[in-house]
Design a protein around this ligand. Structure first.
Ligand SMILES: [Mg+2]
Length: 227
């Protein structure tokens, strides 16, 4: 059975991300007040509240996954302040570059979408692994997916991808920042997690939970017993 992801999957994922952001708002803001300006959770919450408010409209007014995600990205870009607005905005806007016109994508295509999104963040932020940014979790995660052979193991691979992102976020703890506001802190940034690396992990954790839900639904639909 080829695992496919429908436009509904992406709509549900965005909902889950918005719920997660509300739950983790204070935590992300705390991380950012340790080494930044303390607005990361607040900024993401403002952005995703706006996306949630407009979600039905964004869904109904778009035909395919690519244009839906593009509208989500544009909404974030227009609403979110700080560095995270343009970065997450670019991520969602560029995710669908290679799947234009598709209402359903395969898991392989989904992997490419993630890589395209991460590449857009790299281009916009000009950051590399080790700079203490979102890229410290996103790049190893995208590479892990690209090197994986998900055929029949999609759910497991997705879970492992989340673990790679989580570890990537943890890896920012001992780093001195080379980008962003925490740059000026020098060695004082050591011991603090990068809030963007952590929110990137949490955003994909929401994508994963939404995947678990849709995988379960598919299995029930196909008469398979649940794992
Ligand atoms: Mg900030």
């Amino acid at each position: 059975m080829v695992v496919t992801l429908s436009k509904d999957y992406f709509v549900e994922s965005i909902k889950k991300i918005a719920e997660m952001i509300e739950k983790e708002r204070n935590y992300l803001t705390k991380l950012d007040s340790d080494i930044g300006d303390g607005d990361h959770g607040i900024n993401l919450s403002i952005g995703f509240r706006e996306v949630t408010k407009r979600l039905s409209e964004l869904n109904e007014n778009t035909e395919d996954i690519s244009s839906f995600l593009k509208k989500v990205g544009m909404t974030l870009l227009g609403k979110v302040g700080g560095a995270s607005g343009p970065l997450y905005g670019s991520f969602f806007m560029k995710m669908g570059t290679d799947v234009k016109g598709k209402e359903v994508v395969t898991f392989e295509e989904f992997i490419k979408m993630i890589d395209n999104g991460v590449a857009a963040v790299e281009m916009r932020g000009k950051a590399q692994v080790g700079d203490k940014t979102m890229i410290d979790s996103l790049r190893p995660g995208a590479d892990y997916l690209k090197e994986s052979d998900p055929n029949g193991r999609e759910l497991e691979i997705f879970k492992e991808f989340i673990e790679v992102l989580k570890q990537g976020a943890k890896n920012t703890d001992p780093l001195i920042a080379k980008k962003g506001r925490s740059l000026r802190l020098g060695e004082r940034a050591i011991g603090h997690r990068d809030p963007g690396a952590e929110s990137s992990y949490l955003i994909f954790k929401a994508f994963y939970e939404s995947f678990q839900d849709s995988d379960e639904k598919n299995r029930i639909k196909n008469g398979e017993s649940m794992r």
